[in-house]
Design a protein around this ligand. Structure first.
Ligand SMILES: Cc1cc2nc3c(=O)[nH]c(=O)nc-3n(C[C@H](O)[C@H](O)[C@H](O)COP(=O)(O)OP(=O)(O)OC[C@H]3O[C@@H](n4cnc5c(N)ncnc54)[C@H](O)[C@@H]3O)c2cc1C
Length: 342
């Protein structure tokens, strides 16, 4: 009997499933996760395996998003422990973030409250052309590996995973299901019963190189570009070099010109990448599931069922998705209590 169905098996669906168990006390055996793609798969329609992925200053500056960042950063330690420690593909690494223009004050103030080793870099230590910079300790994900370990952990608890493509969101209701969580990412654009025209892709291309000698993150935020270097923990030295943030671009193709541009920018930002000959493992593109106005996290009452939306994480599903899941599950718990009172 699947009382609760989570539609979507990307990082947002997995965080949501985890919060259902740990925060709402839903028995794992009564949860089914349905996805066209499951951890281990690769598709341009499945964003999560393509992320860098780390915790950075990429998120918008509104108080709610900042609270999701904080929730995620401060709860990942517990998740890492449950998944068996750093070898699950989630670990801490040093990071430096540099801006060409001053970043939002409130964001810097918020991050300084909880981020480990958070330090504002003195102006004299900044590279040419930079206005502001911080150093910190951040979380790094080995995304495909972490997704697989997260799924295994949830399966061991008793959660069922089913591979299935749905045309209508209503097909997610199985016998006995009272609630469906819609965690379909970009799929929310075309899924009947949802068809959210505010959803759009923000395409990225990354170059993955083998560089075990680089174990630090480095990010440079410009007015029209974002350059980042992200080591993948427990990956035999994979380093993700990026990138691009192309709004409205749906292509999964990769382009040599973009590869050359990424290598030029990242090696200028962190020349030690070239301390060893550049060993390119692969070049990939991914589509961030963005949404005008930000993620949709809300409860719909569909006849006597609940439909809880949780999608639109854009470029921050790993670093803010735990907080988004916390909110979605809190809304679910409240709606269930309200229904019980009727
Ligand atoms: C190049 C790149 C770099 C990134 N770097 C970072 C980073 O460093 N840090 C960070 O936090 N984030 C990063 N991101 C963003 C992050 O990857 C996304 O926010 C996150 O993966 C979104 O997860 P999701 O679960 O919402 O979507 P997805 O991973 O796309 O999962 C959607 C799920 O829904 C299923 N689905 C959709 N439609 C249907 C349907 N009709 N029927 C059945 N199943 C369906 C899919 O099969 C899949 O299981 C990056 C993204 C890219 C592309």
């Amino acid at each position: 009997m699947s009382n609760v169905v989570v539609l979507g098996s990307g990082i947002v669906g997995l965080y949501t499933t985890y919060c259902l168990v740990t925060e709402a006390g839903v028995p794992p055996a009564s949860i089914t996760v349905i996805g066209k793609h499951l951890p281990g798969d690769q598709s341009i329609n499945y964003t999560s395996p393509w992320a860098g992925g780390n915790f950075s200053c990429i998120t918008p500056n509104d108080p709610e998003t900042l609270s999701w960042d904080k929730y995620t950063y401060t709860h990942l330690q517990e998740l890492q422990k449950k998944l068996g420690g750093a070898a699950c593909g989630l670990d801490k690494r040093p990071s430096t973030e540099i801006w060409d223009e001053n970043p939002n004050d409130k964001k810097i103030a918020a991050l300084s409250q909880y981020i480990e080793d958070f330090r504002i870099i003195p102006a004299a230590e900044l590279p040419a052309g930079a206005k502001f910079g911080v150093s910190l300790t951040t979380w790094n994900f080995n995304c495909p590996f972490f997704l697989a370990n997260f799924k295994t952990y949830l399966e061991k608890l008793g959660v069922t995973f089913v591979r299935k493509e749905l045309t209508y969101v209503s097909q997610a209701y199985l016998p006995g299901t009272h609630t469906v969580f819609n965690c379909t990412g970009l799929g929310a654009f075309s899924l009947d019963g949802v068809k959210d025209s505010k959803v759009y892709p923000t395409r990225g291309q990354v170059v993955v190189v083998k560089a075990p000698h680089v174990q630090e993150n480095c990010v440079r935020w410009g007015p029209t570009y974002a350059t980042y270097i992200i080591p993948r923990p427990h990956s035999n030295g994979e380093l993700v070099l990026g990138g691009f943030l192309q709004k409205g671009n749906w292509t999964g193709d990769t382009f040599e010109l973009e590869t050359a541009d990424i290598i030029r920018r990242t090696t200028a930002l962190l020349p030690k990448i070239l301390d060893k000959p550049l060993d390119v493992i692969r070049v990939v593109a991914g589509l961030r599931p963005s949404r005008q106005g930000g993620p949709r996290i809300e409860v719909e009452h569909v006849e006597d069922h609940l439909l809880v939306h949780n999608y639109g994480a854009g470029g921050y599903g790993y670093q803010a998705g735990f907080g988004m899941a916390h909110k979605a599950v809190a809304l679910y718990s409240k709606a269930r209590r309200d229904v019980a009172k009727l």
